[in-house]
Design a protein around this ligand. Sequence first.
Ligand SMILES: [Zn+2]
Length: 97
Amino acid sequence: MQNTANTALTFFCPRKSCKCYQSTENKITKDGVYITKSDFEPRQMFYCNGGKHRFSETGYSDLFGKHGSFKEYEQTAKLNSYGLGTDAIADVLQKDR
Ligand SMILES: [Zn+2]
């Protein structure tokens, strides 16, 4: 019998000012989803139980406030790993650099 790999990640609070910042002992629960104009894929909201605040899955990341879809972020990362520069990637995806 083959064991399946456990790919579940431990969630932690990304807010630097929170007392539970990056603590793996803190409980994080899913707290609804929201839609952005640039993506059909919903974004997950989380609740930091120790710090008693909500945050988005892209909040506090470099993706926050960017106007792309998850698919475009993935394509950008792949093209970048193949050595394509920012201008070339923007041209391929027909996006502003
Ligand atoms: Zn927190």
